[in-house]
Design a protein around this ligand. Structure first.
Ligand SMILES: [Zn+2]
Ligand SMILES: [Zn+2]
Length: 161
């Protein structure tokens, strides 16, 4: 393996210094908590080093962008896209982390798939529209349904297994 697989163990230390306005704390998975002002990150474990670093920068991007809760599913896709934009266009070059477009697209596809499945009408199998009460409505048969998956459960594909 080449140098890209050498753990860049200093990234987290660099981030702590450069973004001392945020807390960085070890956890089970990557996430940002606006209420705790904390970027959580897992042990690197068997994760690809570069994916790990990109995921860390992605969570930092959520922190910088002051992302908190979202309401409509579409807003989740928006904040995920924004975080990847900042991570890949600004933060990755700053810390000399390789940008992995496939990794980023796979990650965003996970959200798109999740949204797509939640929005399918149980009767007609066509995409409904999410209403302000967060339930979906079918434009064809008028069925209204509550998407049942918990918001974030299947969205952590890049977590440590
Ligand atoms: Zn995210
Ligand atoms: Zn329908």
């Amino acid at each position: 393996m080449d140098a890209t697989n050498t753990p860049k163990i200093n990234l987290i230390n660099n981030l702590r210094q450069d973004f001392s306005q945020f807390q960085f704390e070890l956890s089970d998975n990557f996430h940002w908590s606006n209420s705790k002002n904390t970027v959580f990150y897992p042990e690197i474990g068997s994760l690809d080093n570069n994916f790990y670093n990109l995921s860390l920068l992605h969570e930092l991007a959520h922190a910088i962008l002051v992302h908190s809760n979202y309401n409509l599913d579409i807003d989740l896709l928006k904040i995920e896209t924004e975080a990847w934009d900042l991570a890949s266009k600004v933060l990755a070059p700053k810390y000399s982390i390789d940008i992995e477009d496939n990794f980023i697209q796979d990650n965003l596809d996970t959200y798109r798939d999740w949204m797509h499945h939640r929005s399918l009408c149980p009767n007609c199998n066509i995409n409904g529209f999410q209403q302000s009460d967060l339930r979906y409505k079918c434009p064809s048969c008028g069925e209204i349904w509550q998407p049942n998956e918990a918001k974030f459960t299947m969205l952590r594909r890049y977590n440590k297994k």
